[in-house]
Design a protein around this ligand. Structure first.
Ligand SMILES: Cc1cc2nc3c(=O)[nH]c(=O)nc-3n(C[C@H](O)[C@H](O)[C@H](O)COP(=O)(O)O)c2cc1C
Length: 138
């Protein structure tokens, strides 16, 4: 039994529609609970930031499925670390669609808004991605 978290950022497919987001969330609710995976998904400015946490084998298998999904590309794994406890224990997959309002109000995203979503993958410091996801899960 070893618990890990895996955080990645990706770019959404150019033709991504609202219905795609709805289908991703439906699949997450349906599939994550039976695998005991919890986490948080942010959609922001054409990009995704997602944390998956659970048993290593379950998280790895789910990530393999997600990384081959044509609804996003340019996936960069930011963190993949053993954890003692979950950051999102009550969420099968929390979701937040971030707009300008959120980013200007929240410190964690101000820098991101200024520099564009791709700065997440370039400049992210250890722990910063998790901090952003946690900030938007409340
Ligand atoms: C950004 C992104 C995040 C996703 N997150 C999840 C997830 O947490 N759980 C999940 O089951 N599918 C997720 N998916 C969808 C999977 O890639 C896949 O389409 C889905 O699991 C298939 O479900 P099914 O086997 O029940 O048809 C995600 C897809 C994208 C593009």
């Amino acid at each position: 039994m070893s618990l890990i978290n895996l955080i990645y950022a990706s770019s959404a497919a150019a033709d991504l529609k609202l219905v795609d987001l709805e289908q991703i969330l439906e699949a997450s609710v349906r599939n994550n609970k039976p695998c005991d995976i919890t986490g948080m998904l942010l959609y922001f400015g054409g990009g995704f930031l997602q944390a998956l946490e659970g048993e290593e084998t379950a998280v790895t298998a789910m990530y393999r499925k997600i990384e081959s999904d044509p609804r996003h590309q340019d996936i960069v794994v930011i963190e993949r670390t053993p954890i003692e406890s979950r950051s999102f224990p009550t969420w099968s997959m929390g979701f937040k669609y971030l707009g300008f309002e959120d980013s200007s109000k929240r410190e964690a995203f101000r820098n991101l808004m200024d520099n564009g979503f791709s700065s997440v993958t370039r400049d992210v410091k250890p722990g910063a991605a998790l901090a952003m996801l946690r900030e938007f899960s409340t």
